[in-house]
Ligand binder design. Structure first.
Ligand code: 0RA
Length: 679
């Protein structure tokens, strides 16, 4: 075994070295990228679009990781193009030994060429996004790159990845000034939208600044003069404070631990807050490892063992009391683990789980040794931590009893499924979906309107529990939540206890009214899934149904509009002008004017047409509900995704948590954006 391992280590894969003619054959030309963009950037929606910007920034971050760059700026230009500029060494511009053209051109036009320079031990750009800047070039209508190097300024421009001309020298500069500036216009022929959103980029850039304390990252929006400068001397310690800014903590400062072994660097910062959830964000080379992995396992092991040992030695944990488990040591924990690993192996469903086995013991040792030292030098904080964990253990015991109760109840009931669930007849989860429907009346319509072969309906009564403010035992006592858990069949909890293979449906679709109450219930449900069944979101199984807002009946034909814009478009198409309503009491409406009907809905009457506004799902009959909202052939459903786990955590904590002031501030700041608040 050992022999084989050594041999493998020495024998580097052939395609990693040199510029062999056949590998160029395969790699050359960005035609394939344009033909199959999703293969390189995941998708061509807003998500893929922002991916382009991350890719370019990641290349600058690599330069920072190598120690040559401490300033990166991203500008969203007025015309919608993006500029990323750094003060690194600049992409090499000299003649490439085998390609016989400027290395700059090679980097910009050949797949994977950037990786051949081995700039740094740790690579962001080799990781999750790691497709190389040439992919950005291929998917841009145009791209311009300017390099300052060796006292000169170099320039090249491209169209859809093809150079317009050779690299040329355009000026002189102080030889001390170096860097790379890339400006690109995402190609509207490739992307379904080319609208760059400040808020999306902002989250990732802030995260990068926390993870790389030496860099300053500037984001600037020329379209509306928004600007932020991110520079955090305190690094991930400050990151933990930021994550917890809407939570109370009994600790003045997060605990910070740091070490290095075998070229693997480990930094950990954490604190305990008054909430009941744990919140651990793990990174490998600045990439968020949503699915965890060996670094997380190493941390958890060290945390449990070290706190347990200390607690017993200090006689805070008494032997006759209940046994503390790992979960107890993580209640109310907010933690950032940042590792830098030379050759990370990414595994898991979304390739965001660290596989390198050696990293477990490295993290475990560093955290174990340093945490013990911290506890011994800070006995009063240590005592508070252990006491909090003891309280968690008591609550867990109560939760265990509650869980046991659900299990026993299930065993007693005939099928074990909730009574109000209308299940589907097919049992293959991949072909089944479940609608969680607000209210019994809409639930009734949905039950009648659905395709019962593959669609199950679970009506929910009123508001479900706000899990952000409840301990797990309360969560498990809640009737609505219990029925969701039993209907889905996979248990509850993140990764350890949740068993995805038992999931009874491939899609979970939230269907709520298009009013304030509906959006509150949707948020409560999203919070529940985010905190207790995150995997459902991470594997792309959670959706939000989109019921229409308006029904427009024209010459007996029904049209549905899902938003104001669509309503206006339909009216325009039929050349109908809906005027605002008059005071109904004094004047009867004229044809074409809006009127508020008895039931409160907006009705516009005209020759042969009416517009009505749906207030709730309950107003639709089963047939309407099917054709507008549930029929897979015609419906639109929104997939819930977590692009930034930190941002999602903040949204939930701020909207649903205990502290009032941050919520008020959040709502004030975001009031103008709430229309397109997507989590
Ligand atoms: C290859 C080699 C070197 C730097 C870079 C690439 C580089 C790439 C990007 C992309 C964005 N900003 C960048 N900055 C640098 C190092 C060459 C040397 O030894 O000087």
């Amino acid at each position: 075994m050992a022999d084989k391992k050594n041999k493998d280590l020495k024998k580097k894969p052939a395609n990693k070295e040199g510029y062999g003619a056949d590998s160029i054959q395969v790699l050359k030309g960005l035609e394939h990228v344009r033909r199959r963009p999703a293969m390189y950037i995941g998708d061509v929606s807003s998500r893929g679009l922002h991916h382009l910007a991350y890719e370019v920034v990641d290349n600058s971050i690599d330069e920072a990781l190598a120690g040559y760059c401490d300033k990166i700026s991203l500008t969203i230009n007025k015309d919608g193009s993006i500029t990323v500029e750094d003060n690194g060494r600049g992409i090499p511009t000299g003649m490439h030994p085998t390609e016989k053209k400027s290395a700059l051109e090679v980097v910009m036009t050949q797949l994977n060429a950037g990786g051949k320079f081995d700039r740094s031990t740790y690579k962001v750009s080799g990781g999750l996004h790691g497709v190389g800047v040439s992919v950005v070039n291929a998917l841009s209508q145009w791209l311009k790159v300017e390099v300052k190097r060796d006292g000169k300024i170099f320039f090249q421009e491209y169209r859809a990845g093809e150079p317009v001309a050779d690299v040329k020298e355009t000026g002189k500069v102080d030889p001390k000034v170096t860097g790379t500036k890339t400006t690109f216009m995402p190609d509207s022929e490739i992307f379904t939208t080319t609208l760059i959103k400040y808020e999306i980029l902002e989250d990732r850039l802030r995260e990068l600044a926390y993870l790389n304390r030496e860099v300053t990252i500037i984001i600037d929006d020329e379209r509306n003069k928004k600007k932020d400068v991110f520079h955090f001397e305190g690094g991930i310690k400050e990151f933990v404070k930021y994550i917890d800014s809407a939570r109370k903590s009994f600790m003045k400062e997060p605990i910070f631990l740091k070490g290095e072994r075998d070229n693997t660097q480990v930094e950990v910062a954490f604190q305990y807050n008054e909430s009941y959830n744990d919140n651990i964000f793990t990174y490998v080379n600045d990439i968020n490892t949503h699915e965890g992995g060996t670094h997380l396992v190493g941390f958890k092991t060290a945390l449990t063992r070290t706190l347990n040992n200390y607690g017993s030695k200090a006689n805070i944990i008494k032997n006759d009391k209940i046994q503390l488990t790992g979960d107890d040591f993580r209640e109310g924990l907010t933690c950032v683990i940042s590792t830098k690993v030379p050759e990370p192996q990414f595994e898991g469903q979304t390739k965001t789980k660290l596989g390198n086995s050696e990293v477990k013991s490295i993290v475990e040792t560093i955290v174990g040794e340093q945490l013990q030292e911290y506890l011994e030098t800070n006995p009063s904080v240590a005592k508070k931590i252990i006491e909090k964990c003891l309280r968690a253990a008591e609550a867990r015991e109560a939760a265990r009893k509650a869980r046991e109760l659900i299990r026993r109840k299930n065993a007693l009931e005939f099928s074990g499924l909730p009574g109000k669930l209308a299940d589907c007849s097919i049992s293959d989860p991949d072909h089944c979906e479940i609608y969680l429907v607000e209210g019994d009346s809409a639930g009734g319509s949905a039950k009648q309107g659905r395709d019962r072969r593959f669609q199950a309906i679970l009506p929910l009564k009123g508001k479900i529990l706000n899990v952000e403010k409840a301990r797990i035992n309360k969560v498990l006592e809640n009737e609505e939540i219990k029925s969701i858990i039993t209907a889905l069949g996979a248990g509850i909890g993140n990764s350890d206890e949740f068993d995805e293979s038992k999931l009874r449906y491939g899609k979970v679709i939230l269907m709520c009214d298009a009013d304030v109450d509906g959006s509150h219930i949707r948020t409560l449900l999203l919070t529940f899934f985010y905190r207790h069944m995150k995997e459902i979101i991470e594997t792309g199984r959670l959706y939000i149904a989109q019921p229409p807002l308006y029904k427009i009946k024209i010459n007996r034909e029904e049209h549905y509009a899902y938003d104001e814009k669509e309503k206006d478009q339909i009216l325009k198409r039929f050349k109908i002008e809906a005027k605002p309503a008059k005071d109904k009491a004094t004047q009867p409406p004229e044809i074409g004017e809006a009127e508020v009907s008895e039931s409160g809905e907006l009705v516009v009457k005209g020759k042969g047409f009416t517009i009505s506004r749906f207030k709730g799902l309950g107003e639709m009959n089963p047939e309407q509900l099917w054709s507008t909202t549930m029929n897979p052939e015609t419906r639109t459903i929104l997939q819930v995704s977590i692009d930034s786990a930190v941002a999602a955590d903040k949204v939930f904590e701020t909207l649903m948590g205990e502290e009032v002031e941050p919520r008020r501030a959040f709502i004030e700041k975001n009031a103008k954006y709430v229309k397109n608040l997507d989590i």
